[in-house]
Design a binder for this molecule. Structure first.
Ligand code: FES
Ligand SMILES: [Fe+2]
Length: 329
């Protein structure tokens, strides 16, 4: 499956950029092959426009932000968050008119990121319940490009058979090859997954624990929330992994976590270092996988523990069918 061949992917929200990256000026991001310029308007709210000036096609992301408008680096035309050109410095007394404009895209803020949907989104930005709980702290972890298809990472997040091989250097246990009590409950646009997985080394805060209690959610297409608790009842660690599709086979990895503080505090550096090591273990294998992940289950061989990945494929196939057949009527 190639995300570039399915217009339905334009109808989801993606966390394309940390808000902090926009403080110094406009920035470029290519989402599903669509070059965007992101900038903060006069209220500090992010906006997303096509990154191509309607005058002589220069990249707006090379310009500046002036009073909440993005100013082209070539001749200084200024655009507001709706994409309307509102100022042409060479004709200061003339209204630029409605034809001088560029395309604007849905843009919103959540979890410290500017989220963009290229067309009317089918679902809302995924709700992460811990983000609203006072005893959880949101920590930005990773923002980097991987040569991988987003769906490969999504099924990896919920594939409990890989830690015994991929994560032997961190938490994977050779004795616990699959999760116990795995259960999936579907909802419109995703599913909840629960299960228990034996591990050799638990989270830094709970080194004596040896079983992870997993409470996860997958939100179509590329957001996965993993809540990890241990048998000793210590603080929860919630990882939110998002894959932002750049094009076929390239994704921007966006990961943040929510760490519960039950009063004992936590070692932020140790937490980040542990999650980094785990993530690099995944990257090594995932970048070797074929980005052309078949949605048809007959396209690859499976085993029982692959159920979450198979549900992801089935739900994505249905979303593509539903929304693309409507679009073609
Ligand atoms: S190309 Fe943008 S103002 Fe001329
Ligand atoms: Fe992994």
């Amino acid at each position: 499956m190639n995300v570039m061949e399915h217009p339905v992917f334009r109808r989801f929200w993606y966390p394309v950029m940390p808000l902090s990256h926009l403080e110094a000026g406009p920035r470029r991001f290519v989402l599903l092959g669509e070059p965007l310029v992101l900038f903060l308007d006069a209220d500090g709210v992010p906006a997303a426009l096509e990154d191509r000036c309607c005058h002589r096609s220069a990249q707006l992301s090379l310009g500046d932000v002036c009073q909440g408008r993005v100013a082209c680096p070539y001749h200084g035309w200024q655009y507001d968050r709706t994409g309307q050109c509102v100022h042409v410095p060479q004709m200061p007394d003339r209204d630029p008119g409605p034809k001088r404009r560029v395309r604007a895209f849905h843009c919103d803020t959540r979890y410290g990121y500017a989220w963009v949907a290229l067309e009317d989104p089918i679902y809302r930005i995924p709700a992460i319940p811990e983000a609203g709980e006072p005893d959880f702290e949101l920590i930005q972890e990773f923002y980097e490009e991987w040569k991988v298809a987003g769906l490969r990472v999504m099924e990896n997040e919920l594939d409990m058979a890989h830690p015994s091989y991929v994560h032997l250097g961190t938490f994977g246990s050779p004795e616990h090859l699959v999760a116990r009590d795995a259960h999936i409950e579907e909802f419109d646009g995703g599913f909840h997954y629960t299960g228990r997985l034996g591990v050799t080394q638990a989270h830094h805060a709970q080194e004596d624990a040896n079983e992870r209690f997993l409470d996860c959610s997958w939100f179509a297409p590329f957001v996965c929330r993993l809540r990890i608790n241990y048998a000793d009842g210590g603080p929860a660690h919630v990882i939110v992994n998002c894959q932002v599709p750049i094009d076929h086979g390239r994704s921007q990895v966006v990961q943040f976590c929510l760490q519960q503080d039950d009063g004992g505090g936590f070692d932020r550096e140790a937490l980040l270092a542990f999650d980094r090591k785990v993530t690099l273990e995944d990257k090594h294998v995932l970048e070797s996988t074929d980005p052309d992940m078949p949605l048809d289950p007959r396209g690859e061989k499976h085993m029982e523990s692959d159920k979450p990945g198979l549900v992801i494929r089935r739900m994505m196939e249905r979303l593509i069918d539903e929304h693309e057949s409507v679009a073609s009527v």
